[in-house]
Write a protein that binds this ligand. Structure first.
Ligand code: AMP
Ligand code: MG
Length: 403
């Protein structure tokens, strides 16, 4: 963003600060009948028609919705989130045929993926039709489209009568929200409505694949894995940056952390809690040993540490720190230890990730030491988000692991 644009954004943000919006929050039961949902969501459809913005649950994370055809509403999304205007938005639809009004053409492989994964956590990029405003695509000639698989999201799109853009409903840079409470914490007074429909099952954002390239290119890993996609349409390519983000970068050292830390700086920081995050990769025993050694050093220098581990490793920490309480009792012993879940249930680990990062914001933890998870299947998406939360601060505890 150039200086003039940054100034403009700052002025807009100030305006919105001065003009606090009364945020209306309603709870709905996603299991209700479609008629009941449509009627409960009617007022929110009205807000969207009047260029308001409304947060709603999807199966991935909570989205912040406005009409995809209404630049006035969409601008409010950018202001509320503090999102840079060069980051394009995903258009959400409820019926497959709607896609043909929004894009120039859909290649055969696109049709195959729609049949296999829509509705669901897969976003596809196509050449856009003129009807899509530039603000949606950051001025580009392609548009990202997805059909969510959540009764509340579907009903809101239907009652609004238009496709909705819906970036994650968090303040830009923070972990994506997986509960209405997370949305409230970030956006109360900045948006018109919040629809509380419970926790999001997938818990991380949709997979994004660019269908305008040959072969199609994976841009963001998510709920639908590369393997699942390749089973349907054959080999795809992967954006080079994805593996760079995952591996970290050896060119610079991050002074905040002792040891061999790779950091290209904070350029890719996203999904970040208030505390600094460091990922530790390597053999299980080595990682646990290193975490405890670092924890001790930080504790002695007066900094409280958070640890993100896995169910399978909890007993090793209990040996060192005594009984670890479950989240309901006390999420913050010293150190504050949270488990993503069992390695046998990688989907559940993904679903827990953002809520755990946000929980640390409620504590006085200054440093979070996170054990890397295996990067197979959904694990690849987990590591993508965790690496961004860590600004690529990755510590390799065994040098031979760095592949
Ligand atoms: P979010 O709305 O926070 O889930 O983020 C949307 C993601 O989709 C971002 O990573 C965007 O960069 C990506 N995206 C949306 N539209 C396009 C597009 N036309 N081309 C490339 N990436 C896109
Ligand atoms: Mg987001």
């Amino acid at each position: 963003m150039d200086e003039k644009k940054a100034k403009q954004q700052e002025n807009k943000n100030r305006l919105i600060e001065e003009e606090k919006i009364l945020t209306v929050m309603t709870t709905v039961n996603p299991g209700s009948s479609k008629e009941a949902l449509l009627s409960a969501l009617y007022p929110f459809g009205q807000m969207i028609e009047k260029s308001g913005v409304v947060a709603f649950p999807t199966e991935t994370v909570y989205g912040l919705g406005a009409s995809a055809l209404d630049p006035k509403g969409i601008e409010k999304i950018f202001i509320a989130k503090g999102r840079p205007s060069d980051n394009p938005l995903i258009v959400h639809i409820t019926k497959t045929e709607e896609v043909f009004d929004l894009v120039e053409s859909v290649p055969e492989k696109g049709i195959q993926l729609m049949k296999a994964f829509w509705p669901g956590p897969l976003t596809m990029i196509f050449k856009k039709e003129k009807i899509i405003p530039d603000i949606v695509t950051a001025g580009g000639d392609t548009v990202a489209i997805r059909m969510p698989d959540h009764p509340v999201a579907k009903a809101l799109i239907e009652i609004s009568g238009v496709p909705l853009v819906a970036p994650s409903a968090n303040a830009s840079g923070k972990p994506s929200p997986t509960t209405a409470r997370h949305v409230w914490d970030d956006l109360d007074g900045k948006i018109h409505g919040i629809i509380d429909g419970g926790s999001c099952l997938v818990g991380i954002e949709s997979t994004v694949i660019d269908m305008t390239l040959k072969p199609p290119m994976l841009l963001r890993p998510g709920g639908i894995t590369q393997k699942m996609i390749e089973k349907v349409i054959g080999p795809i390519q992967r954006d080079e940056q994805l593996d760079e983000i995952y591996r970290g970068n050896s060119s610079k050292k991050e002074p905040h952390f002792p040891g061999k830390v790779r950091s290209p700086g904070m350029k890719y920081t996203h999904y970040a809690p208030k505390a600094k995050v460091l990922i530790l990769r390597g053999r299980r025993e080595k990682v646990i040993e290193k975490v405890q050694e670092m924890e001790k050093n930080y504790r002695e220098s007066g900094q409280k540490v958070g640890i993100i581990t896995l169910d399978e490793n909890l007993k090793d920490y209990e040996k060192a720190y005594g009984k670890i309480h479950g989240e309901a009792e006390d999420i913050c012993n010293n150190p504050c230890i949270r488990s993503l879940g069992s390695v046998k249930e990688v989907e559940k680990m993904a679903a827990n990730l953002f809520a755990i990062l946000r929980d640390f914001d409620q504590t006085d933890v200054k440093i979070i030491l996170a054990e890397a998870v295996e990067d197979r299947e959904m694990g690849y998406a987990i590591m993508n988000r965790l690496s961004k939360a860590a600004g690529q601060n990755i510590l390799y505890v065994d040098e031979e692991d760095r592949s």
